[in-house]
Design a protein around this ligand. Structure first.
Ligand code: PEP
Ligand code: MN
Length: 338
């Protein structure tokens, strides 16, 4: 249930109301926007008399929330959340008008490879470096990633370039290894690994939550809710395409998820045109389209030698191709800012 307070309500009036609600075993989440204060009532609100509450002088309106997600819900938190990734001068903000491009190879393959790609994508405007160390592969016989060594190489690339690093976690037992990782990715296959989400909810570190292969928007939000319910509010959502029947593309990029999510949640929304299409030449138009549709950022696979990549070579851009995409995305950003 949500209670919108009238303009000009005093702190004492608000405190009195909150004390009464708490005495009814209702937890209250206060959100002070630029114009209005909104109270999110959490708990069993069935016993709250909605007419009584709406009748109070300081209450403008009361709504029952039908959506089961509360922490991620824009109704509770009208302003966009801005997630800060990384520390110090290289920290990057995502959301609320701050746009970020994450780029790098599907997998970290060697020190030379990750540092070469990191330098190249940085020169083209990427502000975060991606690289898989623990890889979720369909076949157990495929390259599984360099695992802990991959994380060390990513950390080295961060030292060299200053770019904060983004990489996927598949097992909560690995959390201690992710100390130097700035943004922990939960991949599509683990979007509903609820025990993993609960453990990540105990951290303060930002989490990049990718939409599951066949997940609805509501399911994506409920997974974000798992992380937030544990106390970690630093969640970035990622649309990366969903499974359909067509075989021309790896997945179908649901661009409409961007405006739909924008209305439902205050969390930042980024788009992965690489996994969405699976085809390098389709990455540029989809990156541009996602930017035009209002995404807060992009995550793009870039490899120094896509033909010989150990994972996802077909969808990986060369550094030159990435440079072109980054420029076009920047042009789109300028146009939509007007
Ligand atoms: C990846 O980012 O390399 C990846 C495996 O993504 P997804 O979970 O979206 O398939
Ligand atoms: Mn990949």
């Amino acid at each position: 249930m949500i209670a919108v307070l009238r303009n000009g309500v005093t702190e004492t009036q608000m405190e009195n109301l909150i004390t009464w609600l708490r005495s009814q075993n209702i937890d209250v989440h206060i959100s002070k926007g630029a114009y209005q204060t909104v109270l999110g009532l959490i708990g069993d609100t069935t016993k709250i008399d909605i007419d009584l509450l709406s009748g109070l002088d300081i209450v403008e309106s009361v709504m029952r929330v039908t959506e089961p997600f509360k922490s991620a819900n824009r109704k509770f938190h009208p302003d966009d959340t801005v997630v800060t990734v990384g520390k110090g001068e290289n920290a990057v903000k995502i959301g609320g008008g701050s746009f970020a491009i994450i780029a790098g190879p599907c997998s970290v393959e060697s020190k030379e490879q990750i540092i070469t790609v990191a330098k190249a994508v940085k020169a083209s405007g990427a502000t975060l470096l991606r690289g898989g160390a623990f890889k979720p592969r369909t076949s157990p016989y495929d390259f599984q990633g360099l695992r802990a060594e991959g994380l060390e190489l990513l950390t080295e690339a961060k030292k060299v370039t200053g770019l904060p690093i983004v990489t996927e976690i598949m097992n909560a037992d690995h959390i201690p290894l992710f100390e130097d990782v700035d943004l922990i990715q939960v991949g599509a296959r683990n979007m509903q690994n609820f025990e993993l989400l609960k453990e990540l909810g105990k951290l303060k570190k930002p989490i990049l939550l990718k939409r599951g292969l066949a997940a609805t928007i509501k399911e994506l939000l409920m997974s974000a809710e798992y992380i937030m319910a544990g106390g970690n509010e630093n969640v970035i959502l990622c649309e990366r395409g969903i499974r359909s029947y067509d075989t021309y593309t790896r997945n179908v990029l649901d661009l409409s998820a961007i405006p739909v999510l924008r209305g439902l949640t205050h969390l930042p929304i980024i788009v992965d045109p690489s996994h969405a299409t699976g085809v390098a030449r389709l990455v540029k138009p989809m990156a541009m389209a996602a930017t035009a549709a209002g995404a807060d950022g992009l995550i793009i696979e870039v490899h120094n030698d896509p033909k010989n990549a150990l994972c996802d070579g077909a969808q990986s851009l060369t550094p030159e191709q990435f440079d072109d995409v980054a420029k076009r995305v920047e042009e789109i950003r300028r146009i939509i800012a007007k």
